[in-house]
Ligand binder design. Structure first.
Ligand code: F6R
Length: 366
């Protein structure tokens, strides 16, 4: 049932080229330059006129929502908020007609997400669901939506569902931008092509498994980890930290790299591994100087960079080179080494990576 893998978690990590492909298939046709989103077709005009989009989710799905916020704002020029479902539901939120809620959930059963969307629906908002489980409660409560086609996710830590969510949320953003006319034909086509090649790049990234495993063994006894990124890669820093906490029980925090100097930099010394998600994008020069700040304080730097990077090479203690991609889709690639890092550290420490202590696969209580 684990298809020759030792754990579901690693099996699911390695399924990602296929599950991302499955989530794009039938929707994206890069050759023809078309994008079909059957599930949201009727709502596409409402979406493009939305005064605001609010994404509600928990955990890893919330991280996917944070990336979608950046993508939707960039491509559609519609304000987006991302809410922890549990916070949104308990504060009598200002929401109503003209608002579109996107509920993101692997299981489609997360109690907080479900109740948050129920109350927004009562107040007149349009509800879209992005779920992995067909016919789940969240899927049924939505007016419309798009499934991720990641297949059953058994490992408690979400991996392939996350990258499928990113793929589908990017498709939704592109569809709305196309309808709205807020994207040029040229950029639209370029991003379709970028998405079309993403599965192959994820497959190439998975070939780094042995290298990531060696890095995992080197740092497995660290007491704390920091994960830093900027822009589209900032939520990947949060996700890397969450995966590590869940699977290896090492304390880890994710931050936007620029926030370091507002406090967390006080933690940096020669015992602290700092993982930088520093692929080539519009924030690149800034993150290079953040790496220098960490090295100046003797922190250990593990950097996820774009293949062929030369500036960071001389500064990093460990370098993980991933294929180049447009910054909007780069998170789908840059999260892969972080999933593997958490996995290998958890295994090296002898923990049950498929069933981490205290965690349930789907949180159906408030
Ligand atoms: C992390 C993880 C959790 C879930 C969260 C939401 O690896 O699995 O943080 O992402 O409980 O679950 P869903 O997406 O099913 O609503």
């Amino acid at each position: 049932e684990k298809g020759g893998y030792d754990h579901f978690m690693v099996k699911e990590i390695f399924e990602q080229p296929q599950t991302i492909y499955d989530s794009l298939r039938g929707r994206l046709d890069a050759k023809k330059g078309t994008l079909t989103m059957g599930g949201i077709r009727e709502y596409a005009s409402l979406l493009k006129e939305a005064r605001r989009i609010i994404i509600v989710a928990c955990g890893t799905s919330w991280h996917a929502g944070l990336i979608a916020e950046y993508i939707i704002e960039e491509l559609c020029r519609i304000p987006v908020e991302v809410e922890y479902a549990s916070e949104f539901r308990y504060r009598n939120p200002v929401v109503g007609k003209g608002d579109v809620i996107i509920a993101v959930s692997q299981s489609g059963e997360t109690a907080d997400t479900l109740v948050a969307m129920e109350s927004a629906k009562e107040k007149g908002a349009i509800i879209l669901g992005v779920c992995n489980v067909v016919g789940s409660s969240i899927a049924r409560l939505s007016h419309a939506g798009a499934y991720t086609h990641a297949g059953p996710e058994i490992g408690v830590a979400s991996t392939k569902a996350f990258t499928a969510q990113l793929a589908v949320l990017t498709l939704i953003a592109l569809k709305v931008a196309e309808e709205k006319g807020s994207i040029t034909q040229q950029r639209f086509q370029y991003l379709l092509d970028e998405l079309d090649s993403i599965s192959e790049k994820v497959a190439a990234t998975l070939k780094l498994d042995d290298q990531v495993k060696r890095i995992a063994h080197k740092y497995k006894d660290a007491r704390d980890f920091l994960f830093l990124g900027r822009g589209y890669n900032f939520p990947i820093a949060l996700e890397g930290a969450l995966k590590l906490k869940e699977i290896s029980y090492i304390h880890a925090e994710g931050y936007p790299a620029a926030e370091m100097k507002h406090g967390p930099i006080a933690l940096v010394d020669e015992n602290l591994p700092v993982v930088f998600v520093a692929t080539r994008d519009s924030n690149y020069e800034k993150i290079v100087s953040n790496i220098q700040e960490i090295k100046a304080r003797k922190g250990k730097v593990i950097a996820i960079v774009t293949e062929g990077d030369t500036s960071i090479r001389s500064m990093a203690d460990d370098l993980i080179e991933v294929p180049a991609a447009d910054e909007l889709v780069a998170p789908i690639i840059s999260v892969i080494p972080l999933q593997l890092l958490a996995y290998h550290i958890g295994v090296a420490k002898g923990f049950d990576v498929d069933k981490p202590r205290n965690l349930a696969k789907s949180v159906t209580v408030e």
